[in-house]
Design a protein around this ligand. Structure first.
Ligand code: NAD
Length: 477
C-alpha cells in the first residue's frame, strides 16, 4: 500500500507510526500517511533554519525561477495530480482538473512574478531619508485543510518561498497525497534542501508542535474557527505573526431585480461546488420576498438535476464528503434543521452510488426552507451540500440577516441596481463581496475574513506584507 512520508531537508523520511488514508468515494483505506511528532517538526525547523540564509540572499529572480520550473512540471502532470486529488478528497475529477490543479499552478506563477515586481517605500524629507526594507520573516509554518488540498497548500507556500522564507508545512492528515507528490516534484526540480519541509500527522500533534515551536516566526493557517481559536491563544504569547483564514456562513443576497436567468447557475454552483466543502460557499440564500416563490422553485429544479456520483466519473458534479465523521456531521446538521422546523425541499438523505462507490460517503444536495435566521443551520457552518433559503422584505432586512452570524468571510449580491450593489457591499460585515458573480478571483486582491472568519489577509501585497518584516532605515543627510 502506498505510503506518504515526511519530506525534511530534501529527503523523504518514513515514520514508525502511520495513519490510515481513506478514499471517500469507497470508504476503503488506500494508503498510509506518516504520523509525525514534535521531534519531526524540530528536525524540519532545523533544516529550514539551515537553508534560510542562502535562500533569503538569493536574487528574487533565482527564487522565482525555481517556482516557475515547479509550476511547469506540475502543469505537465496536471492529469496525474487531478486524479490523485479527486481520489484522496472525494471531489469530482472535472473540478480537480479545472480548478484545484490549475489554481495551484497559478499560485506558483503568480507569486514567482510577484517576487520580481514588489517594491518598498521611501519617505524623503529635508535633511533625512527614510526607506523601508522588507526582509523575509525566517522559518514560517503553513498549515492547510482538506477541502482544497493542493490549492491551499500552494497558496501559502508559494508566497512564503517566493519572498525568501523557508517553510515547515503540514497538510491535512485526511488529504496528504498531493502535498507529498508536490514535495517530490520540488526535489526533482532541485529546490534546495530545507526550503520546503512537509511534516505529516494529526493537527493536535504535528500542527500543535508547529504552532508552539519558538523558532517558527509566523503561522499561516487555513482551517476551522475552533482550531483558529486554539492557534490564536497559543501563538499569541510567542508574538508570532498570524494569518488565520477560518470558517464562513456566507450569504447570497438576491434582489428582485436580479437577472435570474444568468444568476441561477452561479448561485447553485456557489451553494454546492466541491459538495459545499468550500469556505466561500453561499450556504445561506436570502431572497427578496416578491420573487421568493419563483426563485425557490427554479433553484430547487436545478439542484435536483445535479449529478451525484463516482468522483472519478467525468460527468459527476457532486462527489463524496471527505470522511465518515464529516458525513455524519452533515447528516446530523440536516436532522437538527428538520427538528428546528425546517422543511426539506430537495435531498436531505445519504445518496447511494452504485458499484465501487456503494460504501462511499455521499449526501444528496439539500435545500431547506422555513428556518429562522437564528437557528443552528443558519448560524453554524455545515460545510456540506446544504443550502438554506430565507425571504427578506427590504435592503435593511437583508443586511441585518446577512450580518446576524458570528462569521464574516464572503458574500455575493445579485442586483442590477448599481447604487444598491455599492451600498449593500459596503455594509456587509465580511472580507470579500462579489456582485453578480461568485468566486471570481484575481490573486492580487486581499483575501480573508473578519469576525470569527479570521484575522489577516493573504494574496498580492497582503501576502508580501505577511511573509516579510518591515524595517525602517533612517539616514540623516
Ligand atoms: P481543521 O481546523 O480541522 O484543520 C485544518 C488544519 O489544521 C489541518 O491540517 C489539521 O490537521 C490542522 N490542525 C487541527 N488541529 C490543530 C491544532 N490544534 N493545531 C494546529 N493545527 C491543527 O479544518 P478542516 O476541517 O481541515 O477544514 C475545514 C475548515 O476550513 C472549514 O471551517 C472551512 O471553512 C475552513 N476553510 C477556510 C478557508 C478560508 O480561506 N477562510 C478556506 C478553506 C477552508
Amino acid at each position: 500500500m502506498e505510503q506518504f512520508c515526511h519530506f525534511i531537508d530534501g529527503r523523504f523520511h518514513p515514520s514508525t507510526s502511520w495513519i490510515d488514508v481513506t478514499e471517500p468515494a469507497t470508504g476503503a483505506v488506500y494508503a498510509h500517511v506518516a504520523r509525525g511528532t514534535a521531534d519531526d517538526v524540530n528536525r524540519a525547523v532545523q533544516a529550514a533554519e539551515a537553508a534560510f540564509p542562502l535562500w533569503a540572499e538569493l536574487p528574487a529572480a533565482e527564487r522565482a525561477a525555481y517556482l516557475y520550473r515547479i509550476a511547469d512540471e506540475l502543469e505537465k502532470r496536471l492529469e496525474e495530480f487531478a486524479r490523485a486529488e479527486s481520489q484522496d478528497q472525494g471531489k469530482p475529477i472535472a473540478l480537480a482538473r479545472s480548478l484545484d490543479i490549475p489554481r495551484s499552478i497559478a499560485n506558483l506563477r503568480f507569486f514567482a512574478a510577484a517576487a520580481l515586481h514588489v517594491s518598498t517605500e521611501a519617505h524623503p524629507a529635508p535633511g533625512m531619508l527614510n526607506y523601508t526594507l522588507r526582509q523575509p520573516v525566517g522559518v514560517v509554518g503553513c498549515i492547510s485543510p482538506w477541502n482544497l488540498p493542493l490549492y491551499l497548500f500552494t497558496w501559502k507556500i508559494a508566497p512564503a518561498i517566493a519572498f525568501g522564507n523557508t517553510v515547515v508545512a503540514k497538510p491535512s492528515e485526511l488529504t496528504p497525497r498531493t502535498a507529498t507528490m508536490f514535495a517530490a516534484l520540488c526535489k526533482e526540480c532541485a529546490l534546495p534542501a530545507g526550503v520546503l519541509n512537509v511534516v505529516h500527522g494529526y493537527g493536535s500533534e504535528v500542527g500543535a508542535a508547529i504552532v508552539e515551536h519558538p523558532r517558527i516566526r509566523a503561522i499561516s493557517f487555513t482551517g476551522s474557527t475552533t482550531t483558529g481559536e486554539y492557534i490564536a491563544r497559543t501563538a499569541g504569547p510567542h508574538f508570532k505573526k498570524l494569518s488565520l483564514e477560518l470558517g464562513g456562513k456566507n450569504p447570497t443576497i438576491i434582489f428582485a431585480d436580479a437577472d435570474l436567468e444568468t444568476a441561477l447557475p452561479t448561485i447553485v454552483r456557489a451553494g454546492f461546488l466541491n459538495q459545499g466543502e468550500i469556505c466561500l460557499c453561499g450556504s445561506r440564500v436570502l431572497v427578496e420576498r416578491s420573487i421568493y416563490d419563483t426563485f425557490v422553485e427554479r433553484f430547487c429544479e436545478k439542484v435536483r438535476s445535479l449529478r451525484v456520483g463516482d468522483p472519478l466519473d467525468e460527468h459527476t458534479e457532486i462527489g463524496a464528503l471527505v470522511s465518515e465523521a464529516h458525513y455524519h456531521k452533515v447528516l446530523n446538521a440536516i436532522a437538527n434543521a428538520e427538528r428546528d422546523g425546517g422543511q426539506i425541499l430537495v435531498g436531505g438523505k445519504p445518496a447511494y452510488v452504485d458499484g465501487r462507490c456503494k460504501n462511499g460517503w455521499f449526501v444528496e444536495p439539500t435545500v431547506i426552507v422555513g428556518l429562522k435566521p437564528s437557528c443552528a443551520a443558519n448560524q453554524e457552518e455545515i460545510f456540506g451540500p446544504v443550502v438554506t433559503i430565507l425571504p427578506f422584505d427590504d435592503e435593511e432586512e437583508a443586511i441585518r440577516i446577512a450580518n446576524s452570524v458570528r462569521y464574516g468571510l464572503a458574500a455575493s449580491i445579485w442586483t442590477q441596481n448599481l447604487r444598491r450593489a455599492h451600498a449593500v457591499a459596503a455594509q456587509i460585515e465580511c472580507g470579500v463581496v462579489w456582485v453578480n458573480c461568485w468566486m471570481l478571483r484575481d490573486l492580487r486582491t486581499p483575501f480573508g475574513g473578519i469576525k470569527a472568519s479570521g484575522i489577516g489577509r493573504e494574496g498580492g501585497w497582503e501576502a508580501y506584507r505577511f511573509f516579510t518584516e518591515a524595517k525602517n532605515v533612517c539616514i540623516k543627510l
